[in-house]
Design a protein. Structure first.
Lengths: 113, 118
């Protein structure tokens, strides 16, 4: 019972590099989202998707890009990494946009040097 | 807009002590309310939820009651264990808020770290 799977678990990037954080869910959930977690800030929404082919911005979208070509996958792309993007990133999915229960991945700890 | 305010941590208790973590909210519609828990090194997982006023959510000995009159959803447990040490997040989802200027998205509080000592 995989649930929400994120890869990689840890990553170190140099400033200016790009990379993609992967997220996959096997629950056939329509709604997927990306959050970042920073000390004292709680979780902040980066981007979300209400279904394949539909994405929208959250609270802190700058510097990130997403796409949703399938129901299962929702990758997050960092276009040009900056030290301010050092954070722990969580992907989540829920059955629908009503968020009756969100399932979270285990997180990706990203450090940008 | 929608927001959640929860008590600042960290909270340190001895085993078998009573726990209360306060949570209040602001919402434009009629939100659903949640408590999520994050154990060290893991993602968040749903602890309990309530979808309408006066509902009580409960799980693993934790309880929270949806109080519309005080816009609160405080988390309580009568006797905490060392294994309850984690970060607790209060959250709301306001699906009816879209047409009222609100948002259907989950909004989280900043989290409260709980440490329970033996």
């Amino acid at each position: 019972n995989a649930g929400v799977t994120q890869t990689p678990k840890f990553q170190v990037l140099k400033t200016g590099q790009s990379m993609t954080l992967q997220c996959a869910q096997d629950m056939n959930h329509e709604y997927m989202s990306w959050y970042r977690q920073d000390p004292g800030m709680g979780l902040r929404l980066i981007h979300y998707s209400v279904g394949a082919g539909i994405t929208d911005q959250g609270e802190v979208p700058n510097g990130y890009n997403v796409s949703r070509s399938t129901t299962e996958d929702f990758p997050l792309r960092l276009l040009s990494a900056a030290p301010s993007q050092t954070s722990v990133y969580f992907c989540a999915s829920s059955r629908d946009r009503l968020n009756t229960e969100a399932f979270f991945g285990q997180g990706t700890r990203l450090t940008v040097v | 807009g929608n927001s959640v305010t929860q008590m600042e941590g960290p909270v340190t208790l001895s085993e078998e002590a009573f726990l209360t973590i306060n949570c209040t909210y602001t919402a434009t519609g009629y939100p659903s309310l949640f408590w999520y828990v994050q154990y060290p090194g893991e993602g968040l997982q749903l602890l309990l939820k309530a979808t309408k006023a006066d509902d009580k959510g409960s799980n693993k000995g934790f309880e929270a009651t949806y109080r519309k009159e005080t816009t609160s959803f405080h988390l309580e447990k009568g006797s905490v264990q060392v294994s309850d040490s984690a970060v607790y997040f209060c959250a709301l989802s306001d699906p009816g808020g879209v047409t009222q200027g609100g948002s259907e998205k989950l909004v989280f509080g900043k989290g409260t770290k709980l440490t329970v000592n033996p």
